[in-house]
Design a protein. Structure first.
Length: 351
């Protein structure tokens, strides 16, 4: 078989695989989660096997037990706080809306009308005229009905709880075997090239994703702790979400600052001292991330530009929905490595 024919067959096979994955994207959540977690834990299992001469099965069981023990402990500590603050936030929303519609909106409308705008100062008239209430109710009712009636949604929830641990165990236990089998099926003339790309992908993924996970975790705990000390309502929840969203360049920080300042305004009004304290917390987090956490835990060798990461999140999120967002970071990193590799090859041959 000629090289062109092999290339065509490979492209067809990849297209079919991509189409099949796209067709069953709604049930991929437990498999994607299992694959990501297994990738994170595999180096720990390998270390126990190589350094401590432990059998693979025993090492897998030990690492998996420690992982779920830490995960459950983490959930038991944080979930009650997150739940209580989430409930308090939902209970405070009507009060916030009343403040906006009764106090703030009429003043803003009256002020803008002085400059030629034609705004109705009565917010209830605006809502009634635009039928906003009915549209919002229908929107959320459709979301709820689809979520409840969707059997796929229920299957995903149940599979994430019960199937994912089993998948992680089998993937971890057979990880090296699977890698070896895949390596044996590689074409001999392209084996070295594919392995070289794979090593670079592994280096990028391990460096970026594991490092970014640690950055998000540290930032989340830092923001949550400091905002709680400021006395900001829902400070722990806002801080934790800001840290977890920091893997999206600029968006996590912007979201946290916006929500934090808005809540501070509702809580303290235009109190410069308290609002400045909240702002200082976010400034401290940004300095900590850019000057210490990112250089130490991620480094500058990864070469993933923030614009590239944002594009990847939008692209894979649009293509695969929630699953696309879940795998956007690793897939974007992989695409970046492949594009760089072929760009360098092109430069060597033709430039």
């Amino acid at each position: 078989m000629k090289s062109k024919e092999k290339l065509i067959y490979t492209a067809i096979i990849l297209a079919v695989i991509f189409w099949l994955l796209y067709s069953v994207k709604s049930i991929l959540a437990p498999f994607i989660c299992s694959l990501i977690i297994s990738y994170f834990l595999d180096p720990l299992v390998d270390r126990l096997v190589v350094k401590h001469k432990m059998k693979r099965l025993k090492a897998t069981s030990l690492i998996l037990a420690l992982f779920f023990a830490l995960f459950i402990s983490f959930c038991l500590i944080l979930l009650p706080i997150i739940y209580s603050q989430s409930v308090a936030l939902f209970e405070a929303i009507p009060e916030y809306l009343q403040t906006i519609t009764v106090d703030s909106y009429p003043k803003i409308a009256t002020f803008l009308n002085k400059f030629g705008f034609k705004l109705d100062p009565d917010f209830s008239h605006v809502m009634q005229k635009e039928q906003v209430n009915e549209r919002l109710i229908d929107f959320f009712r459709n979301i709820l009905d689809n979520a409840i009636s969707s059997s796929v949604f229920l299957i995903n929830i149940l599979s994430l709880i019960f199937v994912t641990p089993i998948l992680i165990f089998y993937l971890l236990n057979d990880w090296d075997v699977m890698v070896e089998k895949i390596s044996n099926y590689l074409p001999r003339n392209l084996s070295a090239q594919i392995k070289s790309i794979s090593k670079e992908i592994d280096k990028t993924l391990s460096g970026y994703i594991r490092g970014q996970f640690n950055v998000c975790l540290i930032l989340g705990i830092t923001y949550a702790t400091l905002l709680s000390f400021t006395g900001l309502n829902f400070g722990f929840l806002i801080g934790l979400l800001t840290g977890l969203l920091s893997f999206i360049p600029y968006l996590g920080m912007f979201t946290g600052v916006t929500i934090g300042i808005v809540v501070a305004l509702f809580q303290w009004g235009f109190d410069a001292t308290n609002i400045s304290t909240v702002g200082i917390v976010f400034l401290f987090g940004q300095i900590l991330e850019s000057n210490f956490l990112t250089p130490k835990l991620i480094g500058s060798k990864i070469g993933l530009h923030p614009v590239w990461m944002i594009f990847g999140l939008f692209f894979f999120g649009t293509l695969f929905g929630f699953i696309g967002v879940l795998v956007a970071v690793p897939l974007t990193a992989v695409c970046g490595v492949i594009i760089k590799y072929f760009a360098l090859e092109y430069k060597k041959k033709y430039v």
